[in-house]
Design a protein around this ligand. Structure first.
Ligand SMILES: Cc1cc2nc3c(=O)[nH]c(=O)nc-3n(C[C@H](O)[C@H](O)[C@H](O)COP(=O)(O)O)c2cc1C
Length: 316
């Protein structure tokens, strides 16, 4: 092959803004990858765009009673209940392992009040080695009768504005599909200072054991994830892309490179792989390689060429 005919290798680098630069667009989805310890037996964490860790609260949380996971026809329902080690143990015991392995680390943050989110974010901001924060707004606000932050644009915007004034770290705000208005929610958090939005979190569902007539999950309700939610996620990513100027990160049922490419065409600048990791821990690496092959095949030099390139209506 002559130099002229040789295909250029596409540039997979992604700049999500405010210092969060990924070597490729594929991250792990929070809660499906723990703190990277078990996963590091299967893959080199430094090859991932970023590791998004399990949601971190101020104090350790024990989570919901079992059973916590049930299989569904095309995915799973979980009611883990935000179990985690708390911010202090995360910084002392978990973060060093990830950094040692060369991972870019995005910390998923959760809280029951704006003040709790703030305290966790302030603690994390003392560790500038962190690549960014993903704000899980699908948590109940105990001061507002348990309504989830992510269900109300004003509440979500108030939370993001407080965090914005407290940190210079990249703020990626993770939207809930259970909110009826994705464009409105995306715009609200963008105006409040979010650097990017990621979506979707799980869709609330439930299952029942007909023999005992009890809920299949200890937490009664659970979050649906996996291939079943992919079409919903794709639609919501497309809506968010049309609504905001900040980068959109697509999540939901991504198990193959083709799925990730669909999210990129719908407007995602990066993606996260969650449930598929349980079936095949090498999924994220396969997705990275497949995105590169797709861009190369299509003669595209960077992700920007494919991003948001959906053709709607009559192309002629
Ligand atoms: C077992 C499990 C635990 C999760 N824990 C969290 C969490 O702590 N914080 C969060 O924002 N999302 C959490 N999620 C949601 C995922 O990050 C992701 O948004 C969702 O599962 C959809 O992606 P997927 O279909 O690729 O799994 C969890 C999902 C699963 C399956």
């Amino acid at each position: 092959m002559t130099g002229k005919n040789r295909k250029a290798v596409p540039d997979l680098t992604v700049d999500l803004g405010r210092g969060l630069v990924l070597k490729n667009p594929v991250m792990t989805a929070s809660g499906t990858f723990g703190y990277g310890e078990e996963a590091s037996a299967y893959l080199d964490l430094s090859e991932l765009g970023a590791v998004v860790v399990k949601g971190i609260s101020e104090e350790p949380r024990r989570g919901n009673p079992p059973p916590r996971v049930v299989e569904t026809p095309a995915g799973m329902l979980n009611s883990i209940g935000l179990q985690n080690v708390g911010v202090k143990a995360f910084l002392a015991e978990k973060l060093p392992f990830l950094l040692d392995r060369g991972a870019t680390v995005v910390v998923n943050v959760l809280g029951s009040t704006v003040e709790e989110y703030l305290r966790v974010t302030e603690r994390l901001s003392t560790a500038p080695v962190i690549g960014g924060i993903e704000v899980n707004i699908s948590c109940p606000n105990v001061k507002e009768g348990g309504v989830q932050f992510g269900m109300c644009p004003d509440m979500a915007a108030g939370l993001v504005a407080s965090l914005r004034s407290a940190t210079d770290l990249h703020l990626m705000v993770k939207l809930s599909p259970n909110s009826g208005d994705i464009p409105g929610m995306a715009r609200a958090v963008e105006e409040a200072g979010a650097d990017s939005v990621s979506l979707i979190n799980t869709i609330t569902g439930m299952d029942i054991d007909i023999r005992t007539r009890r809920p299949a999950l200890g937490g009664v309700f659970g979050g649906l994830s996996g291939p079943a939610i992919r079409p919903v996620a794709l639609r919501m990513v497309y809506e968010a892309f049309g609504a905001v100027r900040i980068p959109v990160v697509g999540i939901g049922g991504i198990a193959d490179p083709e799925h990730a490419v669909k999210f990129i065409i719908a407007g995602s600048l990066a993606v996260q792989v969650g449930t598929a990791f349980f079936l095949d821990p090498l999924t994220p690496l396969r997705v990275i390689k497949g995105i590169e092959e797709y861009l190369s095949r299509e003669g595209m030099l960077s992700l920007a060429d494919a991003r948001g390139s959906l053709v709607v209506g009559d192309p002629g």
